[in-house]
Design a protein around this ligand. Structure first.
Ligand SMILES: [Zn+2]
Length: 83
């Protein structure tokens, strides 16, 4: 199972739980947290701010494009540096 398939399963489960007469709010919250964490594992391209400055697409933290970390040190978003 890849990340996309896991996200689809979690979203389907959340939809099913939310359609219950008495949805389990804790389970919905747990599924939301899992969905958010998994989404950050999917690499996203950085936003180019200038020739040497890039920002995280999730939290907007700035990077200089020299060290090119694989993940944002602020929010954990995976990066795709193939700009
Ligand atoms: Zn970030």
């Amino acid at each position: 199972m890849n990340v996309h398939e896991a996200l689809m399963m979690l979203a389907a489960n959340k939809l099913a739980i939310c359609s219950d007469i008495y949805p389990d709010a804790n389970m919905v919250n747990a599924l939301d947290m899992a969905i958010e964490a998994l989404k950050k594992q999917q690499p996203e391209k950085l936003v180019k701010c200038s020739q040497i400055l890039f920002s995280c697409p999730n939290c907007k933290k700035l990077y200089n494009g020299v060290l090119n970390p694989r993940f944002c040190s602020e929010c954990g978003q995976a990066f795709d540096w193939g700009i």
